[in-house]
Design a protein around this ligand. Structure first.
Ligand code: NAD
Length: 283
């Protein structure tokens, strides 16, 4: 089984970003990472994103607020970031605490600064199969992993496990745009193992540690693991029992070191694209 490493894909995206940066003639795009509270997974993602932006030669700044900030105060703070002309793109770490109306923020964020595809405009574009706008970074990262490894999607049977608006659903739409034949599986799917076994490409985005074992995987299938979980021993792991797929799958992404590393590279690419668009429209 071949291990599909995220770092290789991230390096390819870095080349694209460097090229796009050259066209910006010295101006460095700036990302705002917005975090409420101090959830360990948010903090880990923030650290990873900050490191990636630095590595790609981009600027990033964290805007953090206490977990008990009121809805009104957070909206006022978010508005300032949204309207700040020095900020090219925004990454909002979610889910937000209960007292904040996430829907209002999704409607407020300017689509051109919405690098992670949470605004209704950007989501609609993804579901309409349009190329304009920004898709959620993780969903796009899966497509980048497949493309960078020359795994064609046209006509392929692809099963996606998970139907969330963060990963499963938008990813299924991006796969459809690439002419794959997509089956979306979820908690109510009957005979899920059989459905997954029939797939040439299996994508796990269920958030269930090591759920995908050989009983879900067809011979020589490509397996992409989006999951980020903690196992019983406290170690980071994916939705896929990676070692168990040896001799079954043809290729698989590891966790850590797979899709996660590509997600922040896609975020960087979106940031430069946003900056280019904003500067172009001002010229
Ligand atoms: P979620 O909990 O919102 O959604 C999980 C989906 O999986 C649901 O639609 C549910 O129906 C389905 N599901 C859950 N258990 C299942 C089961 N036993 N059988 C079949 N379907 C099942 O989670 P999410 O936000 O979509 O994230 C999914 C995973 O991806 C998580 O582990 C998350 O940490 C990870 N994630 C990774 C990245 C990254 O950059 N790699 C980014 C976002 C999320």
């Amino acid at each position: 089984m071949i291990t599909l490493k995220g770092a290789v894909v991230s390096a390819k995206i870095k080349e694209e970003v460097t090229e796009l940066l050259r066209e910006l003639a010295g101006t460095i795009p700036r990302l705002a990472i917005v975090r409420v509270g101090e959830r360990p997974d948010d903090m880990a993602y923030e650290r990873g994103a900050l490191k990636k932006m630095e590595n790609f030669g981009l600027q990033a700044e964290s805007f953090s607020y206490p977990a008990d900030i009121s809805d009104e105060d957070f909206q006022a703070e978010f508005k300032k970031i949204n309207e700040n002309p020095g900020i090219d793109g925004i990454l909002l770490l979610r889910p937000l605490p209960k007292q904040i109306h996430e829907r209002d923020i999704e409607r407020m964020i300017l689509p051109e600064k919405d690098l992670d595809g949470i605004s209704p405009e950007n989501i609609a574009r993804v579901f309409a199969g349009e190329s304009e706008g920004f898709a959620p970074c993780t969903a796009e990262a899966v497509i980048e992993v497949l493309k960078a490894n020359d795994i064609s999607l046209t006509g392929k049977r692809v099963a996606v496990v998970g139907r969330s608006m963060v990963v499963g659903r938008p990813l299924s739409m991006l796969l459809l745009k690439e002419n794959a034949t997509v089956t979306i599986c979820h908690t109510r799917t009957k005979e899920i193992e059989k459905t997954c076994q029939n797939a040439e490409i299996l994508i796990a985005a269920a958030g269930q540690a090591k759920m995908i074992d050989p009983s879900y995987v067809g011979a020589d299938a490509v397996v992409i693991d989006v999951g980020i979980n903690v196992d019983n021993d406290g170690n980071l792991c994916g939705d896929v029992d990676f070692e168990s797929l040896n001799g079954v799958a043809s290729m698989a992404t590891p966790v850590p070191g797979g899709v996660g590393a590509v997600t922040t590279a896609v975020l960087a690419k979106h940031l430069v694209m946003a900056a280019r668009k904003r500067r172009g429209s001002r010229a």
